[in-house]
Design a protein around this ligand. Structure first.
Ligand code: KG4
Ligand code: ZN
Length: 334
């Protein structure tokens, strides 16, 4: 009999449900919350309320698209941490109630581990051991992966995440939230060599992005003083130059991590792995350094339940189930 897993992701501002059958994803439904745009960032209380409204229809759509009836489900998975506590609670309570009603096991999934395992949804799957650069709105990590459920963070950001660096730079340029995809869009028409932003000198495999944000702020203040139309007239070149610097900060640490560990299989994951500059850079660096590289399909880069389902599939096979007393946590290491 096939194993069917329903997975729910609700850690931030996307309500998502996915159905996986015997290790293959058959549906991945995502409801984006547009209510936050007008506030320039995610408002936690509004996010929880939107999750409450979305969760029933989103789960229904995922089951229907996969052609799986709830009575056929073998387990329910949910994102346990990290994330906004109110948002996590909606997915957690829904998953527990459904697992209890159907009398099937519950699987608690770590969101960052799931971003890494998004690389296993489709072929080619990474070979172990591999390094994963996980770059999202809340995290920037270099993860050493020895097996699907054995991972170690060997480098991380000391302040802003890469996604925040994109979003905060976009905000300084007057672009709406989330600005990362817009910087990417403008950058594609721009000259990345036009403006030079500083690269922080952080020892080891850790990252820092707060200095870059300050450098961009001062740069824009100075330019706008003499020419108020500066940003509008140079948007593409500024975006290309900012993106170039964020990408080089990330890739230089990946090169260092690959040298230190001797690992030549490199993956990327998380919302920022949707960035076209980072994707191109990974390809170019891989050719130069003889790496095998892996990039998840676009829809599996940003927050989605398919990656939660994939992680749950490995946990199901390992017999790693959660009790009905499982609670979410805003911060937790894996
Ligand atoms: O993984 P994710 O969907 O949510 C978190 O877990 O944080 O990542 C969201 C982040 C946001 O900061 C967003 O601006 C960024 O990913 N992002 C991008 C792109 N698409 C999403 N940043 C740069 N270029 C993109 N194309
Ligand atoms: Zn995420």
């Amino acid at each position: 009999m096939a194993i069917h897993i329903l997975a729910i992701e609700s850690s931030c501002d996307e309500t998502s449900a996915a159905v996986l059958s015997d290790g293959k994803v058959f549906s991945n439904y995502i409801a984006n919350q547009t209510v936050h745009e007008q506030y320039g960032g995610v408002v936690p209380e509004l996010a929880s309320r939107a999750h409450q409204e979305n969760i029933v229809p989103v789960v229904d759509m995922a089951l229907r698209k996969a052609g799986v009836d709830r009575s056929e489900l073998s387990a329910i998975a949910f994102t346990q941490s990290p994330g906004l506590i109110g948002s996590l609670l909606v997915g957690n309570c829904f998953a527990k109630a459904m697992a209890l009603a159907l009398n099937i096991p519950l699987i608690a999934v770590h969101h960052m581990q799931a971003h890494v395992l998004a690389n296993f949804i489709e072929d080619p799957k990474p070979e172990f051991p591999f390094l994963c650069l996980t770059v999202s709105g809340g995290h920037t990590q270099i993860v050493l992966c020895e097996s699907p459920l054995s991972m170690k963070v060997i480098g991380e950001t000391l302040d802003d995440a890469a996604g925040e660096a994109f979003d905060k730079s976009a905000k300084l340029l007057g672009l709406p939230y989330p600005g990362g995809p817009l910087i990417d869009k403008y950058a594609q028409q721009g000259d990345a060599t036009r403006f030079k932003f500083p690269e922080p000198q952080i020892p080891g495999l850790n990252f820092s992005f707060s200095g870059l944000k300050t450098a961009i702020l001062y740069f824009l203040q100075e330019k706008q003083q003499s020419d108020p139309g500066f940003v509008q007239q140079n948007m593409a070149d500024i975006c290309a130059s900012v993106q170039e610097r964020i990408v080089s900060i990330l890739m230089n640490k990946v090169v260092k991590a690959a040298k230190e560990t001797g690992i030549k299989h490199i993956a990327i994951a998380g919302g920022v792995s949707a960035n076209s500059g980072l994707r191109k850079a990974l390809q170019a660096y891989s050719e130069r350094h003889g790496w095998q590289y892996y990039i998840p399909k676009f829809e599996y880069c940003t927050d989605n339940a398919a990656m939660i389902a994939m992680t749950a599939w490995y946990k199901y096979q390992a017999g790693e189930f959660a009790g009905l007393d499982a609670v979410p946590s805003a911060r937790a290491a894996f």
